[in-house]
Design a protein around this ligand. Structure first.
Ligand code: EPU
Length: 337
């Protein structure tokens, strides 16, 4: 059932656990409910924001407008052939519960994305990725409602313009479409990716390399260095890993031989932002309740009652020092509101 709330606390709706209030908060569980609301309600014309699981949001102040929160659930089988299934998943299903469900049903493709916080509807927005896999590899279509026309729209994978932690929903269509469902094509036959980082090494302890064991290993690796938002507020990687010209990366590498780099193409190289931040001596630092995680410097944390603007100030100080020491501008992965 749809409901409209006023002066509503967003603390439980962002994984940073930041206290901020929304003037209006509209929760809905079907495409009909949101269409009716937008066609008949005056406040639908005030400034608005679409909020999923809040796993990539930093509220720096109260939001004096309308928050639209889709609460659509369910996993439906749309199509099946010998090799794969096409699933339609409601935007407010917890991402990791969906991954667990896929693994339990012997479906391949998202096991490396185990334990990423947030909901299914956020997966296409920032093309979530980890351990050598990105959501774009399994997303077939994204169903949304256009705020302008109030009509349902289907975006094919190509129209989503997926890129590293990016999509059309973060660029020209930012805040213009409410994602209601995501359609995933998952494989019935094993296609495992175990060559990223520590995965294959961790798998040596198991007698078989299978779907369930990979999920277990990924969960173990993530838990060893990424804080659980239920225990310590955070939004995963706060910055993107910067992509720089190959010449610049080579010059830095000559000076700092331990610098972790990843080839992007012939002319560009990606550098591990966590390493850059650690080199500037931020790892584990704390200013009031805003801090840098002790095991992964790319993650900013809320030790309790940090304000959004305090986290943002820390982020800006980090950016300045990385720019000063390495001449590299870090871009935020998190959306500051
Ligand atoms: N490193 C440091 N110090 C740190 C953190 C990292 O030296 O404080 C070094 C590591 O030793 C390693 C390299 O940097 O050599 C890369 O670290 P890691 O493997 O932890 O991955 P990352 O590049 O920091 C990215 C994603 C993560 C994803 C992991 C694993 C981005 C912005 N982040 O992190 O995604 O889980 O790879 O695939 O691309 C997220 O987006 O929220 C997220 C957690």
């Amino acid at each position: 059932m749809a409901e409209l709330l006023e002066n509503y606390s967003l603390k439980k709706h962002n994984t940073f656990g930041i206290e901020a209030k929304a003037r209006y908060f509209f929760r809905f569980s079907s495409t009909e409910e949101i269409s009716t609301f937008m066609q008949n309600n005056e406040i639908a014309n005030t400034s608005y924001l679409i909020l999923g699981g809040g796993s990539n949001m930093l509220f720096t102040e109260d939001f004096d407008g309308l928050i639209l929160h889709p609460d659509i659930k369910g996993i439906e089988l749309l199509d099946e052939d010998e090799d794969s299934v096409l699933l339609r998943v409601g935007c407010n299903e917890e991402w990791d519960e969906f991954v667990g469900w896929a693994v339990d049903n012997n479906l391949y493709g998202i096991e490396n994305l185990s334990l990423i916080p947030g909901v299914v509807g956020a997966a296409p927005v920032q093309n979530i990725g980890a351990y050598g896999v990105e959501a774009k590899e399994v997303i077939e279509n994204v169903e949304a409602i256009s705020i302008e026309s109030k009509q349902p729209v289907v975006f094919s994978n190509m129209h989503c313009e997926f890129d590293y932690r990016n999509s059309v929903f973060k660029k020209e269509y930012k805040n213009l479409f409410i994602i209601t469902h995501v359609q995933f094509r998952l494989k019935k036959k094993a296609e495992l990716k175990v060559h990223y980082g520590a995965i294959s090494k961790e798998l040596e302890a198991y007698d078989e390399v299978n779907l369930k064991n990979i999920r277990e290993v990924i969960i173990k690796i993530r838990e060893s260095k990424l804080p659980d938002p239920e225990e310590l507020g955070n939004a995963g990687s706060f910055f993107k890993n910067p992509v720089v010209d190959k010449e610049k990366a080579d010059a830095l590498k000559a000076k700092y031989e331990n610098m972790p780099i990843y080839e992007v193409n012939d002319s560009e190289t990606k550098i591990a932002a966590g390493w850059l931040i650690e080199q500037c001596d931020w790892k584990g630092k704390r200013f009031g309740d805003a801090g840098v995680h002790k095991d992964q410097a790319l993650v900013l944390v809320n030790h309790g009652n940090a304000k959004g603007y305090e986290i943002l100030k820390l982020a800006n100080d980090i950016r300045k020092s990385v720019l000063f020491k390495f001449g590299i501008k870090l871009e935020m992965e998190v959306n500051a509101i």
